[in-house]
Ligand binder design. Structure first.
Ligand code: NI
Length: 420
């Protein structure tokens, strides 16, 4: 299932990889050459790795810590714990997240957090691909220092680890970034030629507050302040008003739709079909495990489809081929990686997953695309290849010890909650 062209499946097809890149995709034909490594995917589907377009990976450490709460008490509880985080905590939290994401067929994730060197170390060790940004808060104690740190991280890690790691600047959100700070971030982004990763219009309250204070929506405010002069990965975009859709239609990059997080936090339902009708590029994200509970891309795909159908009162809305495109190519484009990954096309980097569809909950196979979107689960992912290297096989990550990741994350989470 190459995703490009959209909706196509080659029964009995093959994918040929050489030197980290895809060299051929299509119906089975060429016999293997001596020395080739052959992976038999009979009964399985081969597709591009999923791109998790928005997450905070290390927040696995806070999974389950603050549940069924409204936003402000939730944030206060999380901030208490985050204030004690060390770089090593972030490393192990990200490693655990990576193990969970690999099991869900995710090969690339767009992350916004802090201690980004440690996020990058974990990505490098896992063998995954990521676009990493340091969250920048303009209302914090030393905004200029956070921007310097974010820019230094960009210079250190952009296109590192053989190109698997890319970076962005990450202004957290309009309500934490006043106009003078956005101006500094945009200026820095232009100097670095950096894309931007930001939360936009996640809640009704955020939009109302912006209209009250600035007279325009958060999205229109960001347009006025020059944010979209750079490529932007815009997380959420749930509540669109006025000219917001017109603005998003011009954005280089795209929107990261996070249906599970939006549902769980009762934020509302993003108008995804309206965005797609206006040719807005939309990817799919899980958001962090502390708010969404899981980093499950299959859940994200299903919820995206169900929400769009119900929002429109139309079961034909957001069909499976469109959902799969969002989960792969849409996310890749939103993260500025659309030329390199997101579909199985000769010349692209070989980020490939193999999903077992001979499972009780996926059979019989009338519709391969529907089986992946509506019926498959993380445990069905058998093999994950990133940049031509097998990094997950037989239900286990290849490069890291999942037991160690779980134990370290558990131990560190206990310590953080105990206030040490
Ligand atoms: Ni987020």
């Amino acid at each position: 299932m190459p995703v490009e062209p959209n909706g196509v499946v080659w029964p009995g097809g093959q994918v040929i990889i050489d030197g980290g890149r895809i060299v051929a995709v299509g119906p089975a034909g060429a016999p293997p050459l001596p020395g080739d490594v052959v992976i038999d995917a009979t009964g399985m589907v081969v597709l591009p790795g999923f791109v998790n377009a928005h997450t905070h990976a290390a927040m696995t450490l806070m999974r389950g810590l603050a549940e069924d709460m409204t936003l402000m008490p939730w944030l206060e509880k999380i901030w208490q714990v985050e204030a004690r985080l060390t770089g090593d905590d972030v490393y192990w939290g990200t490693l655990l997240a990576g193990v969970e994401m690999l099991a869900s067929g995710i090969t690339t994730f767009a992350d916004q957090y802090f201690f980004c060197d440690d996020v990058a170390r974990a990505v490098r060790d896992l063998g995954m691909r990521a676009s990493i940004s340091r969250g920048l808060i303009g209302t914090g104690p030393d905004p200029a220092a956070s921007l310097r740190e974010g820019a230094a991280f960009f210079e250190r890690w952009h296109k590192a680890a053989g190109g698997r790691i890319t970076a962005m600047l990450g202004p957290h959100a309009p309500y934490t970034c006043p106009p003078d700070f956005i101006a500094q971030v945009v200026a820095a982004a232009k100097v670095l030629n950096a894309p931007l990763h930001i939360h936009l219009s996640e809640t009704r309250e955020e939009v109302d507050e912006s209209l009250r204070v600035y007279g325009v929506s958060p999205i229109e405010r960001m347009a006025n302040e020059g944010l979209f002069e750079q490529p932007v990965l815009a997380a959420h975009c749930v509540h669109l008003v006025g000219h917001d859709l017109d603005i998003l239609a011009q954005v280089r990059g795209g929107v990261a739709h996070n249906p599970v997080s939006n549902l769980k936090l009762a934020c509302g339902v993003a108008p995804v079909t309206d965005m797609l009708a206006r040719k807005v590029n939309v990817g799919l994200g899980t958001d962090g495990a502390a708010s969404a509970g899981t980093l499950d891309m299959f859940a994200a795909m299903r919820q995206a489809a169900f929400l769009a159908k119900n929002r429109n009162g139309d079961p034909t809305a957001l069909p499976v081929a469109t959902v799969l495109e969002m989960a792969t190519l849409g996310g890749a484009r939103a993260a500025g990686l659309g030329d390199e990954i997101g579909s199985l096309v000769p010349g692209k980097r070989a980020d490939v997953i193999i999903v077992d569809l001979h499972r009780p909950h996926t059979m019989p196979l009338h519709d391969v695309l529907a089986a992946v979107v509506y019926s498959a689960r993380p445990g069905d992912v058998k093999t994950v290849i990133v940049d031509g290297e097998v990094v997950y096989a037989g239900g286990r990550p290849v490069r890291v010890d999942p037991q160690m990741a779980a134990e370290q994350a558990e131990f560190r989470a206990r310590r953080l909650v105990a206030g040490q």
